[in-house]
Design a protein around this ligand. Structure first.
Ligand code: CMC
Length: 432
């Protein structure tokens, strides 16, 4: 990171000399951190589309070229040669682990899978119709209550315990997600077993029956693993910014990622994979091949879910990988999905349509992930939960990077006030 040059801007009679920051991939930013002090002006950027909120060494995205790298490694290489746990380690600690580091990390995750019995009563207390994302957020915060030494809100102590907190969270999010599913379906809770990897154990905890030897299809587990790897981090998106924002006030990692789950839940963010399947189901029910829906999306009556991205202005590289995974798993399982045919048709229509071409709207990661998760028998309302499980290592890495900033300043944007000017209180008896 270098300060290469400066930009001079004039505000009325006052000038501001803004340093220009240049990232390692040549991205330029105008540093306005002293703008208000020196000129009285602030910048206005609704939705933060042009605002760099932090310096980060975790993930690089070039939205124009469709590039995504974790710690410098292209996502395509990681998807081909790595796995979720190894890539999680890379994202969190900055380097690929050696064999013993990986073994230790894996073992710590396995050893931490069990949860305090009292937490089961909290999960059991949710109504059957509770949304799994509401449950997950609540349970991650509740989990922190059982580790007061890890969730101290004392920054120094929380950082000293970071390694332990990391494995507790990565391990138990999986147990909590599966446990919620079992309760909602009136099934007994199952715990992980040795010999299974992270995703095999998740599928085991979700779908196995007591007394039966669970049969986890290795290709199913591998597909889920790849899908989660592709979700690990995506720089300063809505949920990650939320995690950093909450953490910047000094909140512990449990509370910060619980907030991240809430931010992820919305249909414009991590809830989009659920929304894609709901949209495809609706299109199928209307007997449409997708063309009528696309017309409605163009006129603003609908939104083509799984399309478009704030950062990618070409094909989302994660969607490219998932499209192939989707074809592969459907073929392996031998279950043709009518929704997949509609999805392919939608993509074809949209990609040949001027509206989508001129706005650079391409399928994003959520367009095919919903169909894959359906093929794996994951219930639709749990799709964002899988996204959250995948994104957790990224949130953890981003929280740590934020917590270790030398300035340690709280995140606190400003605003342009557009409300009433000063007025004076009128007693109730005198109001019209
Ligand atoms: N369908 C139809 N029109 C769209 C869509 C869409 N999916 N996305 C954007 N547009 C239009 C939008 O109406 C606007 O048109 P105009 O210029 O005429 O006003 C133009 O494209 C620019 O869109 P925008 O709303 O300014 O874009 P944004 O950067 O604020 O929003 C987005 C990005 C992802 C929220 C949006 O594209 C969207 O809502 N997509 C559908 C939801 C979705 O799939 N979300 C998952 C994102 S990937 C997972 C993640 O990282 O969270």
């Amino acid at each position: 990171m270098a300060t290469r040059s400066e930009i001079q801007v004039t505000f009325g009679k006052r000038g501001y000399v803004a340093p220009v920051l240049v990232g390692t991939e040549g991205e330029h930013a105008v540093d306005i951190s002293k703008l208000r002090t020196e000129t009285g002006f602030i910048t206005y950027d609704e939705g933060y589309a042009n605002t760099g909120s932090c310096k980060s060494a975790i993930t690089y995205i070039n939205g124009e070229k469709g590039i995504l790298r974790y710690r410098g490694y292209p996502i395509e290489e990681l998807a081909r040669h790595s796995n979720f746990i190894e890539s999680a380690y890379l994202v969190i600690y900055g380097e690929l682990p050696n064999a013993s580091q990986l073994e230790r990390f894996r073992n710590r995750i396995l050893e931490n899978a069990g949860i305090h019995e009292a937490l089961r009563t909290i999960v059991a207390g949710f109504p059957m119709a509770a949304h799994p994302m509401a449950e997950l957020s609540a349970m991650l915060n509740a989990l922190g209550c059982y580790y007061p030494e890890l969730a101290s809100n004392d920054r120094k102590q929380d950082l000293e315990n970071f390694d332990k907190t990391t494995t507790v969270l990565i391990s138990r999010i999986r147990t909590l997600a599966a446990m919620g599913y079992r309760y909602r379906n009136g099934l007994p809770v199952t715990y992980p077993r040795r010999g299974y990897n992270y995703c095999e154990n998740f599928l085991h905890m979700m779908f196995s029956y007591p007394g039966e030897d669970s049969q986890i299809h290795p290709d199913v587990a591998k597909t889920l693993d790849t899908l989660m790897l592709l979700h690990i981090d995506h720089e300063q998106n809505c949920s990650t910014s939320t995690v950093r924002m909450v953490g910047s006030g000094g909140a512990n990692l449990f509370a910060s990622v619980a907030a991240g789950v809430c931010a992820l839940w919305g249909p414009m963010h991590g809830g989009a994979n659920q929304a894609v399947v709901e949209m495809l189901t609706k299109i199928a029910a209307e007997g449409d091949d997708g063309s009528k829906f696309v017309e409605r999306a163009k006129s603003g009556g609908e939104r083509l879910m799984g399309f478009g991205h704030r950062v990618y202005k070409s094909y989302d590289p994660r969607a490219k990988i998932l499209q192939k995974q989707c074809d592969k798993i459907i073929e392996i399982l031998g279950r043709e999905d009518p929704l997949l045919q509609i999805a392919r048709r939608l993509e074809e229509i949209a990609r040949n349509d001027k509206y989508f071409q001129t706005r650079n709207l391409y399928p994003n990661v959520d367009f095919y992930s919903g169909i894959i998760l359906r093929a794996l028998n994951i219930p639709v309302d749990m799709f964002p939960v899988i996204f959250a499980m995948g994104r957790l290592p990224g949130w953890i890495a981003q929280w740590k990077e934020m917590a270790q900033r030398p300035s340690g300043r709280i995140y606190r944007p400003r605003q342009i006030y557009i409300g009433e000017r000063e007025r004076h209180f009128v007693p109730l008896t005198e109001r019209a």
